[in-house]
Design a protein around this ligand. Structure first.
Ligand SMILES: Nc1ncnc2c1ncn2[C@@H]1O[C@H](COP(=O)(O)OP(=O)(O)O)[C@@H](O)[C@H]1O
Ligand SMILES: [Mg+2]
Length: 327
């Protein structure tokens, strides 16, 4: 692990806008602001959770970090070095340091390739060792994700594996080059709860034993609480609250975080009673781009304030950073 004292990852004021497609009959649609001036840092050896509903921009953030897409503005630094605009050899080297595990293990593995070929591919691309050495490394990494004995798996194809086993193969493939940083994008959303717990434990082991820094993307605060040191709660491309996982969940400050906690039965009061108040759907007639992104669903929002300006993340003196005028 690099120990130059810099955060493993810095996201500075990053925005990503997907331009609307122009349809022949429909005319020009609306641009989608997938990320809106997002900033956070991940420390070395930390598991940092990015939590939010579907469509909030989590996957976009992951894709930008591993350079699968380019930012429209802002900066992404890994170990103090910009990852934007990397090309050729530098891009290749960077790719070996930062890996992404995708949501759907049924789509992320090539059905035509054996497990050996799948997991060895990054070693081939990066010309690591000879054929025998690569095979040994594949055996080692398969064992470390709980696919053992590894020789039972080397020549199998994905269709002969369960969903949980496929996700283990995807993790093995991500780990085979000893990356420093891994992004796990909802790695268990297609899996049963008991299998999910096993996958979470593999991610924890990667951090505890190998020091792998991780960005864990999830829609579930419960999963984030189990795995993460710190979490960031995102809504429609903007960060709403950032802090220690325990602190954010026990003492949420943002109305959206509170709403997410209400959705977790075991954190609320008994029965169906909501602890923090429900989400609204408020009609907006004004310019939606101006005010708080959460305005139309916020039970506490004030007209002539929250709809006129975007709150920025600020320290509330209680460790969580919160983007809300009413905190
Ligand atoms: N390639 C794309 N083209 C256009 N819009 C996209 C594209 N990828 C994502 N989006 C839009 O950006 C927003 C954020 O998407 P995403 O990052 O996938 O969210 P999440 O992972 O939190 O569900 C969504 O509104 C989504 O429809
Ligand atoms: Mg996603």
């Amino acid at each position: 692990m690099n120990t130059n004292g810099k955060p493993a990852l810095e996201i500075r004021d990053v925005s990503k806008i997907y331009k609307a497609k122009v349809g022949l009959l429909s005319g020009r649609g609306k641009d989608v602001v997938a990320l809106d001036r997002v900033s956070f840092e991940i420390n070395k050896g930390e598991i940092f959770g990015l939590v939010g509903e579907s469509g909030s921009g989590k996957t976009t953030a992951g894709r930008l970090i591993v350079s699968l897409e380019e930012t429209d503005s802002g900066e992404i630094l890994m170990d103090g070095q910009p990852v934007t605009g990397l090309k050729g050899k530098t891009l290749k080297k960077f790719r070996s340091k930062a890996q992404m595990i995708f949501q759907d293990p049924y789509q992320s593995l090539n059905p035509q390739r054996s497990i050996l070929d799948t997991v060895a591919e990054p070693l081939n691309i990066h010309r690591v060792g000879d054929a025998a050495g690569r095979k040994d490394r594949v055996r080692e990494v398969l064992s470390s994700v709980g696919l053992s004995p590894p020789d039972d798996f080397l020549y199998r194809y994905p269709h002969r594996l369960s969903g949980g086993q496929r996700q283990r193969v995807a993790i093995a493939r991500a780990m085979v080059l000893n990356p420093e940083f891994v992004i796990a994008d909802e790695p268990t959303s297609m899996l049963d709860a008991s299998i999910s717990a096993q996958i979470f434990n593999i991610l924890l082991k990667m951090r505890n034993e190998l020091g792998v820094t991780q960005l864990f993307i999830t829609h579930s605060l419960a999963a984030a609480r189990y795995l993460c040191d710190r979490i960031a709660v995102m809504y429609h491309g903007r960060l709403m609250e950032v802090g220690q996982a325990d602190q954010v969940i026990r003492n949420p400050k943002h109305p959206y975080t509170k709403a997410l906690i209400d959705a977790l039965p075991k954190f609320g009061h008994s029965g169906d009673r909501k602890r923090y108040g429900t989400l609204l759907t408020r009609e907006r007639t004004d310019a939606q781009d101006v005010g708080c992104n959460f305005f139309s669903r916020c039970a506490l929002a004030q007209e002539n304030r929250c709809n006129l300006e975007k709150p920025v993340l600020e320290d509330n003196g209680n460790r969580n950073m919160v983007a809300c005028f009413l905190r």
